[in-house]
Write a protein that binds this ligand. Sequence first.
Ligand code: NAP
Length: 329
Amino acid sequence: MEYRRLGKSGLKVSAFSFGSWVTFAKQVDIAPARVLLAAAYDAGVNFFDNAEGYEQGRSELVMGQAIEELGWSRDSYVVSSKVFWGGEKPTQRGLSAKHVTDAAHAALKRLRVDYLDLYFCHRPDIDTPIEETVRAMHNLITQGKVLYWGTSEWSAQAITEAHLVARRDGLTPPTMEQPQYNLFVRDKVEAEYAPLYDTHGLGTTIWSPLASGLLTGKYNEGIPQDSRANLPGYEWLLQTFQSEEGSRRLIKVAALARLAGQVGLPVHHMALLWCLQNPRVSTVILGASRLGQLTDNLAALEAGALMTAEVMSAIEVIMTNKPEGPKRF
Ligand SMILES: NC(=O)c1ccc[n+]([C@@H]2O[C@H](COP(=O)([O-])OP(=O)(O)OC[C@H]3O[C@@H](n4cnc5c(N)ncnc54)[C@H](OP(=O)(O)O)[C@@H]3O)[C@@H](O)[C@H]2O)c1
């Protein structure tokens, strides 16, 4: 396993990490979750991603129990939670000081830990001044309940504002952002955030590296019965796969698969390795609903040398979606 610094912080996270969205408490209960977590950990994965919003907190309950049963030493792994989508009541959602604090306490209990290594604002909250959220995060850090705080899908402008407020008021600034990043979604990581890597030392824990499984090529022959696109509650995903944009993406996946075949890689290995080629990516969060997928995806690391400059150029020719230079705001 390769380890990368989380931005400018001293924390080293595994290049491939493992997240539980959709899977834990929906497709996978405690025993299989334990098997998945153990396989990842034994392969050197040290970061495990979660959120209060995943299955209304039940995903964190599964992860917390499974990790406790595995008996890992607390200093050997990094675990996250995210705050934003708690309950239905106004005080149970968003990024107010109250909800940020309540959600952290609840995640600590569910995950069965004394502190969260990473704690993300799962989305921006237009109803809460950034200053209030920064102070709430800072307080959790000074109380030893959180080590690093970050954002997910915030604009570069909002992240910059958080840094300015933190510097002005002597508070802890955000360390990392969790954006979607894959062959189809590139703009934020490659363009919008470009000024933030050197200025603020931003780290990135990127999500949906396989675009929810689309980049495995398994949706090119229709919708597999046993895939997330067929799950109750994920009709929105099915709709995106079956939309015009979804059809355009499937054509690209077929072309990528032909290229991958020439290179000697499965297309999903090429897609995962492509994410890792970007040095601004601190860690690629894998998702897997079963053990075979996870061990298969982790094995991609062995083929990193096949991602030559020629292969990267051939991918650009297929994708034609390279962002046009850093966006300033
Ligand atoms: N911050 C955010 O807003 C946000 C949003 C989304 C995700 N995340 C984080 O990022 C993590 C990863 O995202 P993701 O789950 O969407 O990642 P992904 O890699 O794009 O999709 C993973 C899913 O694709 C399918 N798959 C993966 N490997 C496969 C293989 N080798 N063969 C066949 N199918 C395969 C599986 O679904 P099926 O078997 O069900 O088809 C698996 O659960 C999440 O767990 C979560 O921690 C964060």
